[in-house]
Design a protein around this ligand. Structure first.
Ligand code: PMP
Length: 373
């Protein structure tokens, strides 16, 4: 076996192999796995040369495609990790009740882990989130409670408040993705490490969107340790307040719209700064609007055949603007993380009637396939 890193000699490689043999989960599909939990992590990276051409981008454009995780999103990684850490510390044991506030994908990752390990799962979810996510969690055995989308995070009717209240009343456990160090750690040990290996350490920019911020914080920390000079770009939708400096969050610089209404893209942005979001890792922030996110989502699907979800559209729209504004040209390598799958949005952003009904131009899908930039 060739050493994993250039600086490693055969001895060091053998030592590491000896220490980790039997502890490593099977990689990809060359071995028989024990369960779907072994199909979390080790997601592929894909070169998006067709999309780069479509957007008139000259740098090399790569995607880290997280819908290949067993539950269909990047958040499977933390669902598994947070349960494993809580088991190791003796905080929870099979048979216990887990309760989590989520925009859906963490709920799916946790419900999948809970189903395989024998926990009861209760999910608190804002009404905005898609029915596809709800049905997936229900089929995995979770009970779903839906809270008003408009509720501020600290209001008594919010999904976060409800999860804390239920934990007390039911003697359950909130693993709490907003606070749990297992969230960024899953990306530090997993997502980030994989990107270092897959790119061979050649990467100039990594672009990710933020919800809890676990993905961007953990991945960025690992990349910055292992790839000198790599820059991190974080994407945040208009209507959210995560971007810095704070003035960026006030109104859409792109559309000129001052009063920002709720946005439709799911899973990213918040009205508070989650504890696990380390904003110091971001070298740049980019804000995005729904319409450009939907168009970019459709363009990725149409040109690369990658069946990604709505936040991936935001991340890509932000990436295109960033690459053009910064004149990032040939010879540079840019990677974008795609967090989830089209499966979650079949009745929403994947449906032209929904696009129209929600007040967007139905021609968005045609434009995505034909228009530049
Ligand atoms: N995209 C989607 C679709 C998500 O569900 C999430 C998680 N809420 C994210 C992006 C952002 O991930 P993180 O919570 O790690 O910032």
């Amino acid at each position: 076996v060739a050493p994993a890193y250039d600086g490693w000699d055969a001895n060091l490689q053998a030592q590491v192999e000896k220490l980790t043999t039997g502890k490593k989960q099977p990689r990809a599909y060359s071995e028989i796995c024990d369960s779907a939990l072994d199909l979390i992590g080790f997601t592929p990276m894909v070169r998006m040369s067709r999309l780069a051409k479509f957007f008139d981008i000259e740098c090399e454009l790569l995607a880290k495609v997280e819908f290949f995780n067993a539950g269909g999103s990047v958040k499977d990684r933390i669902g598994k990790r947070m349960v494993e850490e809580a088991e190791k510390s003796g905080r929870i044991k099979p048979g216990d009740t887990l309760i989590e506030a989520t925009s859906g994908n963490t709920g799916i990752g946790l419900s999948l882990t809970a189903a395989l390990k024998g926990y009861k799962m209760i999910i608190c979810l804002p009404k905005k989130m898609s029915g596809e996510k709800v049905n997936t969690m229900k089929c995995l055995g979770a009970e779903i409670l839906r809270t008003p989308t408009e509720a501020a995070w600290d209001a008594e009717d919010s999904h976060i408040f409800l999860s804390a209240r239920l934990a007390k009343e039911l003697n359950g456990h909130v693993l709490d993705q907003y606070l749990n160090p297992g969230n960024p750690l899953a990306h530090y040990d997993g997502t980030g490490e994989e990107i270092v290996e897959q790119t061979g350490g050649k990467l100039d920019y990594m672009i990710m969107s933020a919800g809890t911020g676990g993905t961007v914080s953990g991945t960025a920390k690992k990349l910055k340790e292992k790839i000198p000079g790599v820059k991190i770009v974080a994407v945040d939708p208009y209507g959210s307040i995560l971007a810095e400096p704070a003035e960026m969050n006030e109104g859409s610089a792109r559309t000129g719209q001052k009063k920002l209404s709720a946005y439709q893209v799911e899973g990213i942005g918040y009205d508070f700064i989650p504890t696990v979001l380390d904003r110091t890792v971001a070298d740049y922030w980019v804000k995005t609007d729904d319409d450009e996110a939907f168009a970019a989502m459709r363009a990725i699907i149409r040109h690369e055949g990658l069946l990604i979800g709505s936040s991936c559209g935001s991340t890509m729209a932000g990436a295109v603007r960033f690459i053009k504004e910064q004149n990032i040209g040939a010879g540079k390598r840019v990677a974008v993380l795609f967090a989830d799958s089209s499966r979650n949005y079949m009745s929403k952003m994947m449906d032209d009637d929904w696009i129209k009904k929600t007040g967007f131009d139905p021609e968005i899908t045609v434009r995505a396939a034909t228009e530049k930039g």
